[in-house]
Each structure stands twice: as C-alpha cells, then as structure tokens.
Design a protein around this ligand. Structure first.
Ligand code: ADP
Length: 524
C-alpha cells in the first residue's frame, strides 16, 4: 500500500470525492427495486473503487461514510439508519476489496493489455455479484425486503453495479493517467472523432426515438459505430464511446417517451457492448505496440548487422595499422632514416582513411541505399574472394576452388558492398560445411561472363545443401536456420545486388549454390 498521504491532501480528495459520489448516486437512482439502492445503473461504485485503487485503502472510512450519507440524502435511508449503516459497510468493504484485488492483479499499470482487461472484468463481475448477494441478504435478514423476489433484485443490483463500473472505471483511470489523458486530448482534437460522436449520437437517437418501439430491437446497430471508434481510436476511443453510449441510454430511458422500456435488459446489452468495445480497443492498442516494438527490433537488428559488417571490414585496415605502427617503432629504435619512417606513416594514413571510408560507405548504404560505383577488374574481385575465404576458413579443412573465365570485362560496382555480399555467401558456406566436415569439404567460386554486359559469380559448397522449406524463405529478413543466426545476411546481400541493378538467387536443386549477377556497365 502507498505511504499515508498528508491530511490536507486527504481532506481535499475527500471533499471532491464525497459530493461527486452523492451526485452520481442521485443521477443514477432510476428504476429501483422498492425504495432501495438497487438500480440497473450504478456508476458511483466506480468512483469509490478507482479512488481506493489509485490512492490506497486508507480512503475506505470516507467511502463508507459517503455511501451512508448518500443513502440518507438520496433515499432518506428507507430501512432506517441502522440498516443504512450496515448496508453502507457491506458496500464500502466490498468495493474496497475489489479495489484491493485490482491493485494486486493489475499493479499500477491499469488497463493496457487484454489480459489486464480480463482480470479487471473478472474481478468486477465476480466482486459485484458477491457484494450484491451480501447487500440483499442483509436487507432480507433485517426483514425489510420480504415482499420482493430476491433473485430479480440481486440480478438488478449486479448488472447495475457491474455495468456502472465496467463503463465508468476505465474512463476515470484514463483521465487519472497523464499519458492516457494526452491520448484522450489528441483524440478529441481529431475531426474524425467529431464525426464518430455524431454518428453514435444519431444512432442512439434512432434506437430510442426515431425508429419507435422497443429499443432492444435495434440496439445491435450501436455495435457498428462502436467498432469503428475502437478500431480507429483503440482503448481510449472505446472508453469514451462506451461512456457516451451509457449516458445516451440513461437519457433515453429517462425520456418521456420511454416509461416502459425494459431497463435491465438494455443494461445487459450495454454490458455486452462495453466488453466488445474495450476488448477490441485493447487489441488494437496491443497490435500498435507490437508493430512499434517490431520496428524497434528491426532497427536494432539492422544496427547489429551493420556493426557486424563494419567490424569485419574495419578489422583488416586496423591490423595493418598496428603492424605499420610496430614497424615504425622498430625503424625508430634502430635509428632508421626519416624517409623510411615517412613511407610507413604514409601507409598508415592510407589504411586509416580506408577504414574511415568503409564505415562511411556502409553507413550510407544502410541509411540511404546509396552505392559508389566504380570499375573493378574481375581479377581484383577474384583476389578479394581469395582474401575473404582465407580469413573465414581459417584453420578448417576446407578447400577453395576458384575459377574464372579468362576474358572478363571490368565490373561496374561498389567494391566494398560487393565484398560484403561475397563475405556473407562464403561465411554461410563455411558454416554449412562446418556442420559435417568431410575430406572433400570444398567451396567453389566461379566467375563467368553473362551476356555482353554482366558477370555471374557462382558460390557453391559441398555442404548439406538447402532443404525445400529453407529454400522458400532464404531471402526473408530474419529467417535463419541457425540457432544464433540473425537471418539478415542473404536479405541484405540481395538488397545490395538489386541496388546495383543485379540479382542474387539460389540455384534450384539440393546443392547450396548462390548466383550473384552484377553489371559491367552503368545500368542504374
Ligand atoms: P544467417 O546466416 O544469419 O542465418 P542468412 O540470411 O545469411 O542468415 O542465411 C539464412 C539461412 O539460409 C541460414 O540460416 C541457413 O539456414 C541457410 N543457408 C544460407 N546459406 C547456406 C548454405 N550455403 N548451405 C546451407 N544453408 C544455407
């Protein structure tokens, strides 16, 4: 429970709570059973429960006293003061228990997910059923309630309290929460909201006045605007819409034209409508949050992929820098010539700017998809393949078979990006081979001419190959057949190939064989 609040705050809260509670009790005292507070619409318990839920159970005595005073002021304590005191205690303790249970199960988070909503509904429906039973049992025990049917009175009390709380408590909780309040204000400022409210009000007018007859007959039409509002506005929209429906229903029931309406059944329909709206709203919100968190993980994964690529690519110049640094020290120690030192420092600067260039280009690719095209000799590319494969294979017993057709035109590509693709393909091949290293474990890379202005680079391996189910999803982002794989390598590689105006495909057949086609002339 919260720490006790200051007496001034306590009195101030009580001075706001008590009149509001009494006013709500007075406004909702319609269609009672006998002279008692057994009506089909009771929003005031929601006020008590939300106050105790947010502020703590120290408010219970004020709640008890207010319920008693309301009974005296609104109904003139029909069973006498003693019975009013007993029933007020039953209600006050019952509502405090509901508030306590909600605090236990919902925490301070309130109603955010459909799971929390289910807990809220279960506690409210179960709690009000028990409170109703105790309330009516006490009246019956005191002998002031003999002439009326107990089950009907209990049902009326239960539906009245349950609907009152289900509709009003979410609204009060939303208003009390600063973030949700901002959401409500944002919703109120939208033009579509005004249209939705107008449609809702018009529908209610039609049901209670326009179409004439029993409002239950056309009540189902109200589900349409409610669903529209919940789908567009989420939980906040649903909360406001159900509160408006409840107010509209009460206004309709109080109108001159409607003295004979079956209030209880209409309230049961309001309960069904409210639950539909709240669940739909919470699911819409949950979906929105899931989309946001997916976007966030996509951003993180892309950042991770980029970090991996940068680490790979920058490692080489960094190692070279360290080596040159060491040679410089050796030259210095041996009293070497200035020209020798200057050559080493020049090489160091070249490596440093190469590292910086790698980082810059990769960042640009991931951010804007920009490529820096240049003519790259096929022999140069073959050397890159050799270097990358050498690094990735390390000490493993894997052979690299590199072939390339003699006369190849220079490629027109972003060398760093294409090296990244080759690195991904070769890394996948090495990993696939590592799962069952046999004596003939080999990766073969074949560079060949494709028509007049293209080059095809085929990377295959003698590993287990691609299962049909894997093949179908190879290029999907986040698809990975490895326990720790990120599943972005092939997706990013295809993006790079296509950004060049080329393509990346897996060849049909069981063998793992990837075909990278790149242009030799300016195609994009
Ligand atoms: P990751 O390597 O992070 O899993 P990739 O997009 O690079 O992501 O690869 C996706 C999946 O494709 C791999 O997890 C693997 O199951 C399959 N795959 C890719 N290349 C090969 C290959 N040469 N042999 C077998 N399976 C492969």
């Amino acid at each position: 429970m919260k720490a006790p609040i200051s007496p001034v705050r306590f009195l101030r809260d009580a001075a706001v709570f008590a009149p509001c509670y009494i006013a709500l009790d007075w406004a909702s005292y319609i269609d009672p059973v006998g002279p008692f507070n057994i009506t089909p619409w009771n929003p005031q318990p929601a006020l008590a429960i939300v106050w105790m839920f947010l502020g703590g159970l120290q408010h219970t005595p004020v709640v008890l006293a207010t319920i008693f005073i309301a009974d005296v002021l609104v109904r003139d304590a029909p069973g006498g003061y003693l019975i009013a005191a007993v029933t007020s205690t039953i209600l006050g303790v019952g509502y405090a228990t509901i508030a306590w249970l909600l605090r236990q199960f919902l925490g301070q988070a309130g109603l955010r997910s459909s799971r929390q909503l289910t807990v809220f509904c279960a506690v409210v429906l179960g709690g009000t059923a028990l409170v109703g039973g105790a309330f009516i049992g006490a009246l019956r025990g005191a002998g002031v309630f003999d002439e009326v049917s107990i089950p009907a009175a209990w049902l009326r009390f239960w539906i009245g309290d349950a609907v009152g709380i289900l509709v009003t408590a979410p609204l009060l909780l939303a208003v009390a929460d600063s973030e949700q309040r901002r959401g409500l204000f944002a919703l109120a400022r939208r033009l579509e909201t005004a249209l939705q409210v107008a449609v809702l009000v018009a529908t209610m007018w039609l049901i209670f006045e326009g179409l004439g007859g029993d409002p239950r007959e056309h009540f189902y039409v109200l589900f349409l605007p409610l669903i529209w509002i919940a789908v567009v506005g989420g939980m906040n929209g649903a909360i406001v819409a159900t509160a408006l429906v409840q107010l509209g229903v009460v206004a309709g029931l109080r109108s001159e034209a409607a003295p004979e309406f079956p209030v209880l059944e209409i309230q049961a329909l309001v309960a069904a409508l409210t639950l539909t709206g709240l669940y739909l709203g919470s699911m819409v919100d949950e979906r929105g949050r899931a989309v946001e968190s997916l976007k966030e993980s996509l951003r993180l994964a892309a950042a991770g992929e980029m970090a991996g690529a940068i680490a790979h690519e920058v490692n080489q110049p960094l190692t070279a820098l360290a080596n040159y640094g060491e040679s410089a020290l050796v030259v210095l120690g041996a009293g070497g010539a200035r020209t020798q030192l200057a050559t080493i420092i020049e090489k160091m600067l070249r490596e440093a700017s190469r590292a910086a260039e790698v980082v810059r280009r990769l960042r640009e690719l991931f951010r804007t998809g920009t490529t820096h095209l240049e003519a790259v000799n096929a022999d140069e590319l073959a050397r890159s393949v050799q270097r990358i494969a050498h690094q990735l294979i390390g000490a493993r017993a894997i052979r690299l078979q590199l072939r390339h057709d003699g006369e190849l035109p220079p490629l027109y590509i972003d060398r760093l990006q294409v090296e990244l693709v080759l690195r991904n393909l070769i890394a996948n091949a090495v990993e696939a081979l590592s799962t069952r290293l046999g004596p003939d474990a080999a990766i073969d890379v074949h560079i060949l001419r494709e028509g007049d202005d293209r080059v095809r680079i085929v990377v295959g391996d003698s590993g287990p190959g691609l299962a049909a189910s894997t093949r179908r999803r190879l290029f999907e982002p986040f698809f990975s057949g490895k326990p720790t794989g990120m599943g972005l390598g092939l997706a990013v590689s295809r993006t790079i190939a296509e950004a060049h105006g080329g393509s990346l495909e897996a060849a049909p057949g069981p063998r793992a064989e990837f075909h990278l086609v790149l242009p030799c002339t300016k195609t994009i």
